[in-house]
Design a protein around this ligand. Structure first.
Ligand code: ADP
Length: 507
């Protein structure tokens, strides 16, 4: 199969969240199974910082964004980097960048301190239209385009709508993966003309959503298949609580929403070889190595060095989604009551949460180290050095940090939602006895439940070391690599292509 991935993020070229990890790895694993894969993404300023060679191609074209405005662009080209030490990581996956400096060469991807960029509708409609043209210039027929999140979600509708587009001569099956339902790309109807289509196309069965242009909804109702990144999230988003207004639309589409859990890139996330760690380790020698790493991290972040004190780690966006309304009260309790714990936090986002974390760190430097910013290296060290990882998200489409934590022997305290419910097995007495447990679930989404779950984890860690050891080692020995998930995607691609053929032939 010839698959094209449309995404705005792919490691190492652009990243704000888990989408980048998925799109930087999945195409390589699928290509390694003998399929031809390519990625098409915008040429954001961040691509220059990727350290990957980027070449100019001789492909350039213009997109008529309106009668008066013809917007030109050219394609740049690079590849998803391969790990020279991994013989399985040998597939060549070209990455094409749509270089349109006015739209994409900006300090960040989607917005600045004042909020989203005002012209995001125009920028990403341009990206969708340019990506369709770019697909015709690859020199081979594309069987399936895999769109990711709202920024590329207009592509299935554009392929279906335009009478003179590639879809007539070269049928392309379409799949949309939703990595986070909360981000839909909802704009005023006045953005619609940028699509280049006549107003006849602005209808509820395609672009229109209550007189607005909603990118994600358009993709949901016009792609052949919709998927998301865990089986539980696939069910949750079809309920009013998690569907962000699109639940009944998702329930009404002909194909069931597929849920495929993300894998992790074990060339990057492997405690045996991780170059960021003081001491590498495996499932056979983790205990002493984790203490060495903990002492090194404590020194690095300015916490008192103590091998015995439990170190609780947190990494992620400082956004409501991640449960900061639960974390902050519990953290404050630990700090004000001088409970025997240390906390290390890495994240950025909501300025209000950033300020609170900064203030708490100033007031309790012996117990809390909060780093406001983005640091890959520190993220690796926190995963390796903490005794437990705290992730009480209100919703979590898949979540990657709990998978890294499993591999790094750092049991997680999680809410029972989305991918967290699918990947972490709660340490109930029964699961512990059967040696199936890998972490700790909150009983509900409250600060009290988080406190209780952390206490359960501390109890097991300090009062049942043998059971803790089993829990750590069972988690470390699980396989969350991309291989299994890629196989599920490949099956879904094949099914989507045949559905598309059947739809076209009217059978
Ligand atoms: P989401 O995509 O909702 O942000 P995920 O858990 O799926 O959450 O993926 C987040 C990814 O981004 C992980 O790889 C995580 O380690 C990384 N990450 C998030 N914030 C930071 C940060 N401040 N520094 C380093 N890595 C971060």
């Amino acid at each position: 199969m010839n698959i094209v991935y449309l995404t705005t993020e792919a490691v190492p070229f652009a990243k704000t969240g888990g989408l980048a990890d998925v799109c930087g790895t999945l195409p390589k694993v699928v290509a390694a199974q003998g399929h031809r894969c390519a990625v098409i993404m915008p040429a954001f300023s961040s691509i220059e910082r990727s350290l990957q060679p980027i070449e100019t191609t001789d492909i350039s074209f213009a997109v008529p964004m309106s009668d008066q405005k013809l917007i030109g662009c050219r394609l740049l080209k690079s590849h998803l980097p391969k790990d020279p030490n991994d013989p399985e990581d040998s597939a060549e996956v070209p990455v094409y960048f749509i270089d349109q400096p006015q739209y994409f060469r900006r300090p960040s991807l989607y917005g600045d301190a004042n909020g989203d960029y005002h012209d995001n509708a125009e920028r990403f409609i341009f990206y969708c239209r340019a990506a369709i043209i770019a697909m015709t210039r690859l020199g081979y027929p594309v069987d399936l385009v895999h769109c990711n999140d709202w920024q590329s979600a207009l592509v299935p509708a554009l392929l279906r709508a335009a009478s003179d587009n590639v879809a007539k001569t070269q049928p392309i099956a379409t799949m949309l993966s939703i990595h986070n339902m909360a981000y839909q790309g909802n704009f005023g109807f006045d953005a619609f003309p940028w699509t280049g289509l006549s107003w006849d196309h602005f209808r509820p069965e395609s672009f229109e959503y209550y007189n607005q242009l909603n990118f994600l909804k358009t993709g949901v109702v016009t792609s052949d298949v919709v998927s998301t990144v865990s089986p539980t999230y696939a069910l949750e988003i079809q309920t009013p609580e998690y569907g962000c207004g699109l639940d009944s639309i998702l329930q009404g589409i002909p194909q069931p929403v597929a849920g495929i859990i993300n894998g992790i890139d074990t060339n990057i996330w492997n405690p045996e070889t991780d170059p960021h760690l003081k001491r590498n380790y495996s499932v056979t020698d983790w205990a002493d190595a984790k203490i060495d790493n903990k002492l090194a991290l404590q020194a690095e972040v300015g916490l008192p060095q103590d091998p015995d004190v439990p170190l609780l780690g947190l990494i992620g966006r400082l956004a409501d989604q991640k449960g900061w309304d639960l974390i902050l009260p519990v953290l404050k309790q630990h700090l004000t009551e001088s409970r025997p714990t240390q906390w290390v936090v890495l994240g950025s986002g909501d300025p209000k949460i950033e300020t609170q974390l900064r203030e708490l760190t100033e007031q309790h430097p012996e117990q809390l180290a909060a780093y406001i910013g983005f640091s890959d290296a520190l993220a690796h060290r926190i995963e390796a050095s903490s005794d437990m990882f705290i992730m009480p998200s209100h919703y979590e489409p898949c979540g990657l940090n709990q998978l890294y934590s499993l591999r790094y022997g750092t049991p997680c305290v999680v809410t029972k939602t989305g991918g967290l419910a699918d990947t972490i097995v709660d340490a109930t007495p029964e699961n512990v006895a059967a040696n199936l447990a890998t972490g700790f679930h909150l009983n509900d989404s409250s600060a009290g439940a988080l406190d209780h779950a952390i206490n359960r984890a501390l109890q097991l860690r300090y009062h049942s070391p043998e059971k803790w050891k089993n829990l750590v080692e069972f988690g470390m020995s699980q396989d969350w690599t991309w291989r299994k998930s890629a196989d599920q995607y490949i099956q879904l691609y094949a099914r989507t292509i045949s559905l598309n053929r059947r739809r076209r032939s009217g059978s």
